[in-house]
Design a protein around this ligand. Structure first.
Ligand code: BTN
Length: 261
């Protein structure tokens, strides 16, 4: 594939995340492959599964994720003593790492739309998918997948964009870009592991323009207006309605979420 594992290893330095890599030219989904490894290999913590293209890339809410060559499609296996209750913060850590890497490597302003869409202005450039398995009270593993439209834009998606459209570079090198994400993610993952998920949430909120604003949430059984005030310790979004009612919104509850004009 168009990705040099050796270059990634140099760029990540001694970071455990990414020290083992499985790279493919084409695969059904890095997420599904990483899940199968996490289930069978007890030493797979930190392994990255990456591919040039996916045949059945998966997005959140059972949506398809179009993954042609040119994008950065990878899944990271986390298999360590993270509290089950903090596992959702790993997905916040990933969107934060992607957002900060876009700013630092390309000098481009990116933002995050709750829960984990990374946007350039109003258009989505990256998404994060988290898959976890719990055994008893313990988290057996988490697979954190990210899809970033780096050098090619999926055709026919009106609300999507790609990073290459916003830079003067002729192509964006994947290895240093991924290394930066993994290094940042490693810092945030360590914070979460030591119980300090709040520091990750605080940093994440700085990149999420929705926080502190009035938003409208629509779902199958809900329609709510309120002020987005915080992230709950369980990872849900906290909304305060005009009647002063405090409501928690989880990823599964909504179909549309927008800042009110
Ligand atoms: C979203 O819906 O916003 C999340 C998209 C996540 C896509 C990535 S691409 C790499 C990994 N493998 C998949 O099948 N999905 C994730």
């Amino acid at each position: 594939m168009n990705f040099e594992v050796a270059n990634l290893k140099v760029a990540i330095g001694g970071c455990i995340l990414g020290s083992r890599v499985r790279a493919f030219k084409e695969i059904t989904s890095t997420q599904d492959y990483a899940i199968s490894i996490a289930e069978t290999d007890p030493y797979s913590h930190g392994m990255v599964v990456i591919t040039e293209s996916q045949l059945s890339g998966r997005g959140r809410k059972d949506k398809k994720w179009i993954s042609p060559p040119g994008g950065l499609w990878f899944s990271l296996i986390i298999k360590s003593d993270i509290k089950t209750s903090s596992s959702l913060f790993l997905s916040y850590a990933m969107s934060l790492a992607v957002c900060e890497t876009i700013s630092s490597s390309l000098n481009l302003e990116a933002s995050i739309k709750w829960p984990n869409d990374v946007l350039i202005r109003t258009r989505k450039v990256a998404g994060v998918l988290i898959s976890s398995a719990v055994r008893g009270k313990d988290l057996e593993y988490c697979v954190v997948g990210a899809g970033i439209n780096l050098n090619s834009k999926p055709q026919g998606l009106r609300r999507a964009t790609s990073l290459i459209e916003h830079t003067s570079q002729s192509s964006i090198r994947m290895e240093p870009f991924l290394a930066s994400i993994l290094n940042l993610f490693n810092d945030y993952y360590r914070e979460i592991q030591s119980g300090n998920w709040e520091s990750v949430a605080t940093r994440w909120k700085l990149h999420c323009p929705m926080m502190g604003k009035r938003i409208k949430v629509v779902g199958n059984n809900i329609q709510l207006d309120g002020l987005a005030t915080n992230i709950d310790p369980d990872g849900s979004l906290i909304l305060v309605t005009s009647e002063g009612q405090i409501v928690k919104i989880s990823d599964t509850q909504y179909t549309s979420i927008k800042i009110k004009p």
